[in-house]
Design a protein around this ligand. Structure first.
Ligand SMILES: Cc1cc2nc3c(=O)[nH]c(=O)nc-3n(C[C@H](O)[C@H](O)[C@H](O)COP(=O)(O)OP(=O)(O)OC[C@H]3O[C@@H](n4cnc5c(N)ncnc54)[C@H](O)[C@@H]3O)c2cc1C
Ligand code: FES
Ligand code: FES
Length: 487
């Protein structure tokens, strides 16, 4: 395989990088190598949004179109920029004129100390590029990953609302076709690599190249969005010597539907499949909107969420409850297993050396089936779960439960079903009595632990009460049970 250099556009300039440590994050690259210090470092863990930049990339389905998204540069590996345009706050201005994402903040008095301001500007810019007629909820969603400690959010939100509807043409719109042409050229390069500080990075383009790299270098670490892996570098100061970026592998970044299944490529970011899942499973779609922030969902992937095997990952319980399967690939050989069977013990999975997750298959709903998903965290947005439960129920015409899967996160070392509680409800109707029995049975299914997020007692109580919440919601849709009902 012919190797090439990593090439991207930094605003409108072509940049080639080759002898740079691939453990470097985009934020460090901007501040320390390009001396562009407009993007700030607040947390280096994806939580504050001060480092937000915007990525423009060619649309998969229409190569003449650019797709703009906000990302956290502090947790984005520099090699993943290949083939994309990186837009930073310094270059939004057109000549002497501020961009409307900046000017509206000035006009609305949306900045005091200014530390958060570049991040808000970039989130607002990304929103405008993506949606010029957002409703208030969409504006809030776009800004939820940015924290401000002094100004207060009203003026910032007002600024973003005004900016999003602006019809002013910015410099990026003027260079649109030129940008498309350059990115198309970069995409033709094979296997971009980075080598620096004794560490290596490669970005295969298809499944064969990926399988080949993993056979040759079985100790390599895969990186998709990096929203989990990057923290091992920025927080734990780890060094990763062999990185394989899967975000450009064609077969891993597709979304397909068959008559019976939704097939999600393991390296497809949440923001690319959330609408599809929302359509079939509204509760699941609502929950995904609460995974991290817009910046995290624009890069984080399903393969990374399942692949990191965290007991508090939000997707595995939902996938287990739905009876989803996953396809694993090693050196041309594929096997498909239940997601439920993937997890063995804390952070241990059935993945073999050189094997990777290719895709995840979610069955489409049929008549009589319901999926309820409840995420319990201290904040609504951008927070990790203390407990998450997904309850899948199938009922016959007499309302008897013919099939049930209740899967919990945060209650054990791995995401896990609740066999005793399920056994109580299977073959029964949902009644106050059967629900009370299921709650009692749940206490035999789990022995949760105490940590900074919640005590063992709290976890068990909330886990039991969520079964009752599911029951109440299934009795009547009119009962206001969600926080959003009161917002
Ligand atoms: C601010 C913030 C908020 C977050 N909030 C949430 C939240 O609310 N809920 C939640 O569940 N998570 C949350 N996360 C964690 C993380 O964003 C998710 O788990 C995300 O889905 C990880 O995907 P990724 O592509 O970024 O993974 P990466 O960091 O790229 O990879 C994670 C792990 O998976 C492995 N991996 C990646 N792709 C594959 C593959 N194809 N095959 C095998 N292994 C693979 C990698 O080697 C690595 O070990 C948050 C993270 C941050 C920084
Ligand atoms: S520095 Fe806080 S999200 Fe990047
Ligand atoms: S203006 Fe100071 S943090 Fe927002």
């Amino acid at each position: 395989m012919t190797k090439s250099t990593v090439r991207f556009l930094l605003n409108n300039d072509v940049v080639t990088i080759e002898n740079i440590d691939p453990n470097l994050m985009v934020l460090q690259y901007l501040r320390e190598i390009q001396f562009k210090s407009g993007s700030k470092e607040g947390c280096a863990s994806g939580d504050c949004g001060a480092c937000t930049v915007v990525i423009a990339e060619l649309d998969r389905d229409n190569a003449n179109q650019l797709h703009y998204k906000s990302i956290n540069s502090c947790i984005t590996f520099v090699g993943s920029l290949h083939g994309k345009q990186l837009i930073t706050v310094e270059d939004l201005k057109d000549g002497a004129n501020l961009h409307h994402a900046q000017q509206t903040l000035v006009d609305n008095h949306g900045s005091q100390c200014g530390f958060c301001t570049p991040g808000f500007v970039m989130s607002s810019f990304a929103l405008h590029k993506h949606n010029q007629t957002p409703n208030r909820a969409e504006v809030l969603e776009a800004l939820a990953g940015n924290l401000c400690r002094c100004t207060g959010y009203r003026s910032i939100i007002d600024a973003a609302i005004t900016s999003s509807t602006s019809s002013e043409e910015d410099s990026f719109a003027k260079h649109y076709q030129e940008t498309v042409a350059k990115l198309t050229e970069f995409q033709k390069l094979t296997a971009p690599t980075l080598n620096g500080n004794g560490n290596n990075f490669i970005s295969p383009k298809n499944i064969n190249e990926l399988a080949y790299e993993l056979i040759n270098e079985p100790t390599s670490t895969l990186v998709a969005g990096g929203t989990d892996l990057a923290l091992s570098i920025t927080q734990n100061l780890a060094n990763i010597d062999k990185l394989i970026y899967v975000g450009n592998v064609e077969e891993l970044t597709t979304l397909k539907e068959t008559d019976t299944e939704i097939v999600i490529g393991s390296a497809l970011p949440y923001s690319k499949f959330i609408d599809t899942l929302h359509h079939y499973y509204p509760d699941l779609g609502d929950m995904i909107e609460r995974i991290g922030s817009k910046q995290v969902r624009n890069t984080g992937t399903l393969g990374g969420n399942v692949g990191n095997a965290s007991p508090i990952g939000d997707m595995p319980p939902a996938l287990i409850a739905l009876g989803a399967t996953m396809t694993l690939h090693v050196n041309g050989v594929e096997r498909t297993i239940l997601v439920e069977d993937y997890f063995v013990d804390y952070k241990k999975t059935v993945l073999k050396p050189s094997e990777f997750i290719l895709s995840i298959q979610i069955p489409k709903p049929t008549v009589g089936q319901t999926l309820k998903v409840y995420k319990i965290s201290k904040r609504i947005d951008d927070d990790i779960s203390a407990v998450l439960v997904a309850i899948f129920i199938e009922q016959n015409a007499s309302q008897e439960i013919t099939n049930i899967r209740m899967a919990y996160g945060g209650m054990a070392a791995i995401p896990k079903r609740a066999p005793a509680a399920e056994a109580v409800l299977k073959g029964n109707r949902l009644t106050k009595e059967s629900i009370a029995q299921a709650k009692t049975a749940l206490a035999t299914d789990f022995q949760p632990m105490s940590d900074v997020r919640a005590s063992d007692k709290y976890r068990m109580t909330v886990a039991q009460n969520l079964i009752e919440k599911c029951y109440l919601e299934m009795q009547s849709q009119k009962i206001a049970t969600r926080v959003v009902n009161y917002a």
